[in-house]
Ligand binder design. Structure first.
Ligand code: THU
Length: 135
């Protein structure tokens, strides 16, 4: 299996971005998620006329991977057509944290330049269920 480098994963996110459905914001985002078995799952943002129903590229990629049986991930690349690096929103950080704090996140700009951080660096103290004792 050929190694999926960070640069390659970023390119896959830029490619996935082309499928973004963003007629309301005009802001297209792509994501590419590398699973532990070497498979890559992509996503793009999908907006809706009922704005709040829109879904981010990162969660589309994550849910796509989980729906195909993956639970273990190495890295997530996210890219937009911006000068600045595209940084995942808080909701996506929480969803990513569910699958492990060590996941690398590559935040890319339109040229494929990126900065890296781990999921836990992006969201320290993520919410976790901590059920009260039933007495
Ligand atoms: N968006 C993403 O896809 N990922 C993020 O991390 C932040 C924002 C999308 C949602 C919406 O379709 C558009 O970008 C503008 O907010």
């Amino acid at each position: 299996m050929t190694r999926v480098t960070p640069a390659k994963l970023v390119n896959m996110a830029l490619e996935a971005r082309k499928h973004a459905y963003a007629p309301y914001s005009g802001f297209k985002v792509g994501a590419a998620l590398l699973a532990a078995d070497g498979e890559v799952f992509t996503g793009c943002n999908v907006e809706n006329a009922s704005y709040g129903l829109s879904m981010c590229a990162e969660r589309v990629a994550l849910f796509n991977a989980v729906a195909q049986g993956r639970r273990s991930f190495i890295a997530l690349a996210v890219a937009a057509d911006t000068e600045d690096y595209c940084s995942p929103c808080g909701a996506c950080r929480q969803v990513l944290a569910e699958f492990g704090g060590d996941i690398a996140v590559y935040m890319a700009n339109k040229d494929g330049a990126f900065r890296a951080a781990t999921a836990v660096e992006l969201l320290p103290a993520a919410f976790a269920l901590n059920y009260p004792q039933v007495r």
